[in-house]
Design a binder for this molecule. Structure first.
Ligand SMILES: N[C@@H](CCC(=O)N[C@@H](CS)C(=O)NCC(=O)O)C(=O)O
Length: 268
């Protein structure tokens, strides 16, 4: 190889090195956020058998991570100083992974996906889609469904107009989800992701809570098909059993005094 050829070869090699470093930055986001803790560290999960809590036991089961579930009674355990120190917002779920404490179910799902490099695609476009659906669950379906449970359940539909507002919004969101699922198997494309995990315990409420009768899931073919598919997943079935639910009476009392804020718990 003459001098010129050698220079071209060296230049091409340099370009290749720079290009592959660039690709690694773009396509390996998990490498950029290396988990500080090993994959076999024991995670403490503070939870209850509620839709937001169940998301996290499902994710931990799906990922096969070691964890220990600590069940709270939402009739007051969340106000204890030791819990409030972890989550000043005084709500489950919370995880503790070594010294890292994460609250908010959506953020916890994201943390677990980043930690393991699973349940989240690698390309920016696909990741954004997963985040888009996750945000829709966190800011749309979860809060509206939660309020529907409050107005229709805990407050016994005392104000039908208010109940109807939440019912209509949940039904509208079901239609949106049904539309998204027209062309894709899962909530964000054709791969199971944290977006599916975020939705499954909420859609399941249509089957386990009398309020579900107001929503008629069967009307939404694609959403029903997705529900049947995802709820058959072994990790989902295992996760839904953690923690053991409280006796229904205790659970309902806790729900009324905590989530609804009817009791002493959330006095300003
Ligand atoms: N945005 C939060 C909501 C968490 C939440 O509302 N948790 C409920 C149970 S599902 C709770 O702990 N309620 C107790 C209270 O409000 O005192 C998340 O997704 O983690």
């Amino acid at each position: 190889m003459n001098d010129k050829g050698g220079r071209i070869f060296a230049l091409t090699k340099l370009k290749l090195i720079i290009y592959s470093a660039f690709l690694q930055q773009v396509y390996s986001p998990h490498d950029k956020h290396k988990p500080e803790l090993g994959l076999n560290s024991m995670i403490d999960l503070y939870t209850d058998a509620t839709p937001n809590g169940l998301k996290i036991s499902i994710a931990l089961e799906e990922l096969g991570l070691d964890y220990q579930a600590h069940r709270l009674n939402l009739g007051g355990d969340q106000m204890e100083p030791v819990f409030t120190q972890m989550n000043p917002n005084q709500k489950i779920p919370v995880i503790k992974d070594g010294d890292t404490i994460v609250t908010e179910s959506g953020a916890i799902l994201f943390y677990l996906a980043e930690k393991t490099g699973q349940l989240m695609p690698t390309s920016l476009t696909e990741r954004s889609k997963v985040m888009e659906r996750l945000m829709l669950q966190m800011s749309g379906l979860g809060p509206y469904f939660g309020q529907l449970l409050v107005w229709a359940g805990a407050w016994g539909n005392e104000f039908p107009k208010v109940t109807s507002r939440y019912q209509q919004e949940v039904k509208r969101l079901f239609k949106v989800l049904d539309h998204y699922l027209e062309d894709s198997e899962y909530m964000a494309g054709n791969t199971f992701s944290i977006a599916d995990i975020a939705f499954i315990p909420w859609i399941r409420m249509c089957h386990v809570n009398p309020v579900g009768e107001m929503l008629n899931l069967a009307e939404h073919q694609n959403l029903s098909r997705w529900y049947d598919l995802v709820s058959q997943r072994p990790s989902v079935q295992r996760g839904l059993l953690v923690p053991d639910p409280h006796d229904p009476e205790i659970q309902f009392k806790a729900f009324v005094s905590a989530v609804v804020g009817l009791g002493e718990l959330h006095q300003a």
